[in-house]
Design a protein around this ligand. Structure first.
Ligand code: SIN
Length: 192
């Protein structure tokens, strides 16, 4: 971000449905080169140290397991005015302190009608929890991930709710994400 320029933040997990920071624009957006995976442990939001939950992080496409992947990872891009950016980043650094670090990334904005006629890309930030952070859990069979999420709960609520909210938001924006939708389905089956 250059001085005086607005800041763009790409959200792909809880930031999709609960940004909780002031922004002047939100739109459907995508990034390339990464896939969303429930590979990050959560002990501060959706789990506890003795029973960690699992939340989303981004994994470089080349490091994800083989199989069909969506070439675009969809989420929500938020534009924050330059004057508010330092406060917003401070708050997000705090919220995402459980292993996430800022990464600069190119964000594709889907045309929403009003402001753009076609797709536009902007430079922005995303919070990613990489394999070197202490809470990283990494890959596991989907059933095992779902079983862990089903029983986890933390200060922000039930871990399953994170998956349900994310899946519902992605469906509303018409975005496909086989990993998220498969977890959503497994968790709903387990409920019945
Ligand atoms: C994000 O939503 O972009 C980061 C991960 C999270 O807070 O769930």
């Amino acid at each position: 971000m250059s001085r005086g320029e607005p800041l763009w933040i790409f959200g792909y997990g809880s930031l999709v449905w609960r940004p909780a920071f002031v922004h002047d624009r939100a739109c459907r957006a995508w990034i390339r080169g990464h896939v969303r995976r429930f590979w990050q442990g959560s002990m501060d939001h959706r789990g506890l140290p003795e029973r960690p939950g699992r939340v989303a992080t981004l994994v470089a496409e080349s490091d994800s397991e083989p199989g069909p992947i969506d070439r675009r990872c969809w989420g929500t891009a938020y534009r924050v005015g330059a004057e508010r950016a330092p406060d917003v980043l401070r708050a997000l650094d705090h919220r995402e302190r459980g292993g996430y670090a800022r990464l600069e990334i190119e964000i594709g904005l889907a045309p929403d009608g009003e402001e753009e006629r076609g797709e536009q890309t902007v430079g922005g930030l995303v919070y990613v929890a990489g394999p070197d952070n202490p809470h990283y859990l990494g890959p596991a069979p989907l059933e095992a991930i779902a079983a862990q999420i089903a029983v986890a709960r933390g200060p922000s609520g039930a871990n399953a709710e994170y998956v349900f909210e994310l899946a519902a938001s992605l469906r509303r924006m018409g975005a496909d994400d086989p990993h998220v939708f498969a977890l959503d389905a497994l968790l709903r089956q387990g409920r019945g």
